[in-house]
Design a protein around this ligand. Structure first.
Ligand code: FAD
Length: 468
């Protein structure tokens, strides 16, 4: 009984490791086209920033550990080029040629790839994406090279470089999603003058408007030049990029980063006749089994079920990949386990602000799922008024007017002031179908250094309850 896995990161290695724990004698083969496995791409912005010293620090289990300690037949440098569900075989290519193995169970965990928009100049030197360890390495090398050739003089105090003054080293980031925002911090910390271009009218568009505004204000406070409603039309230059061009601006830069989203890597599955779902990612049932028998899909290449709408959704995030991979490892070793729905919970740090979101916030999306959405936003103190170091938390809460069910929330606070950890109470409410009055009666912890007696979540629920 051979369990074959395509893709050696979060989903793939979680499945392989779980299967090994459950079935010590089972043959497990993992094909990974690159050299890195079980890495935390989520840490790349902080590696580029310089807070994490080495790429190896982002690896949780090394290839040698998988091979020697977990007895997994891990084949790095092997790109799977064909899946044949009829013959139940997988063919992989490496430097020495091709190898075909038979599977009893197969997991497709091929992840996602960065979207490169079709605009002029994306192939110029100095235009980067950040979707892989190799991308991260190249970006850090760029930062090191650039800082070496034009070192910024550190003043005794204050920011090393202010973008309103002329300063060596301007960079352009295209896209105000979480990667764009995290990279603004990483590059500013290396004294680059950061220009962030966002096509829509706000950053972090999956969060509430109040969260977007708070993050945008803070980016500006940190001297990030933020261009909203600014669709990038081209990257000008010769061999290398020299400027980011929008309808209204031409901003000279020495580097441009595309943070324009990801798309599921589905080519291999599609070629094998495996069905995709309405989102364009691989469709899978509650056990993560695809349209091909005994072929499973998990992680950024696959669709998930949304816990609020019950509809297929595409939410490419790390916990889902790990969780669904683990469930598949259990299923293929004789204990059928559902992967579970997702609430679309996400968190991001933007300099000294943290933000989180969960559930459904967008009214159009809520209406399409049959709800009558109503939303309230409050701002409340993050700690007791008399306690030093107090700040504020902005909470947006959305519910269904008819039933009172909590549909979603978005929070922002100063970094370390609890927006992200507070969101977990709402994740529970959203997942369990709790109503606003029930949420407002949650027995949340209280002590002055952490919150007010009525935590901002409870206050938001009370205010929204008034609307209902
Ligand atoms: P991947 O991690 O993409 O792994 C897929 C693997 O499959 C790759 O190693 C690839 O080389 C391999 N592969 C592909 N095709 C083949 C083939 N044909 N043959 C063999 N191997 C193949 N998520 C969060 O939840 N929070 C965060 O803060 C966060 N930050 C992020 C920051 C960055 C910069 C990036 C890039 C991602 C971030 N993510 C974050 C997303 C998170 O990293 C992904 O959701 C997670 O890695 C998905 O795991 P996966 O196993 O599905 O796919």
């Amino acid at each position: 009984m051979t369990f074959v896995v395509v893709g050696g990161d979060a989903a793939g290695m979680s499945a392989a490791s779980k299967a090994r724990r459950e079935a010590p004698d089972r043959e497990i083969v993992v094909f990974e086209k690159g050299q890195w496995v079980s890495y935390g791409a989520c840490g790349l912005p902080y590696y580029i920033k310089g807070e994490i010293q080495s790429l190896e620090d982002l690896v949780s289990v090394t290839p040698e550990q998988f091979r020697e300690e977990r007895d997994i037949d891990l084949r790095t440098g092997h790109e799977v080029v064909d899946i044949d569900p009829g013959d139940r075989t997988v063919t992989a290519r490496n430097d020495d040629g091709e190898v075909t193995v038979e599977y009893d169970d197969l997991l497709v965990a091929t992840g996602a790839e960065s979207v490169v928009p079709s605009i002029e100049g994306t192939d110029r030197e100095g235009v980067y994406t950040l979707g892989s360890m190799t991308d991260g390495k190249e970006l850090r090398e760029f930062v090191a090279r650039s800082r070496e050739s034009s070192p910024v003089e550190q003043p005794d105090s204050g920011p090393a470089c202010h973008f309103l003054e002329t300063c060596e080293g301007a960079v352009g980031i295209v896209g105000g999603g979480y990667i764009g925002v995290e990279m603004a911090e990483a590059l500013a910390a290396n004294d680059f003058e950061v220009h962030l271009f966002q096509r829509g009218d706000r950053v972090l568009k999956g969060f509430s408007e109040a969260t977007s505004e708070r993050v945008a204000d803070h980016l500006r406070e940190q001297d990030v030049a933020l261009y909203l409603n600014a669709e990038v039309r081209a990257f000008d230059g010769g061999e290398a990029v020299e400027a980011v061009v929008t309808a209204d601006e031409r901003v000279e830069v020495e580097m441009a980063l595309l943070g324009t989203g990801v798309r599921p890597r589905t080519d291999l599955a599609e070629a094998a006749g495996i069905e995709l779902g309405p989102t364009g990612a691989i469709a899978a049932d509650e056990y993560r089994e695809t349209s091909a028998p005994d072929v499973y899909a998990a992680g950024d290449c696959a669709e998930v079920e949304h816990v609020v709408t019950g509809d297929p959704d595409y939410v490419p995030l790390a916990l889902t990949a790990n969780r669904h991979g683990r469930a598949i490892g259990q299923t293929v070793t004789g204990d059928p386990t559902e992967g579970g729905a997702v609430a679309g919970t996400a968190a991001v740090k933007a300099f000294d602000v943290e933000a989180a979101r969960t559930g459904v916030l967008d009214h159009e999306e809520a209406r399409a799922a049959g709800f009558d959405p109503v939303t309230e936003t409050i701002e409340a103190k993050s700690r007791a008024g008399y306690y030093p170091e107090d700040g504020t938390v902005t909470v947006t809460l959305t519910a269904d007017r008819g039933t009172g069910r909590v549909l979603g929330a978005s929070l922002a606070s100063g970094y370390g002031e609890g927006a992200v950890h507070r969101s977990h109470a709402v994740v529970a409410a959203v997942t369990e179908g709790v109503t606003v009055p029930e949420l407002s009666n949650y027995d949340l912890a209280y002590a002055p250094p952490f919150n007010t007696t009525w935590d901002p979540i409870l206050t938001a629920a009370k205010v929204l309850g008034g609307q209902l």
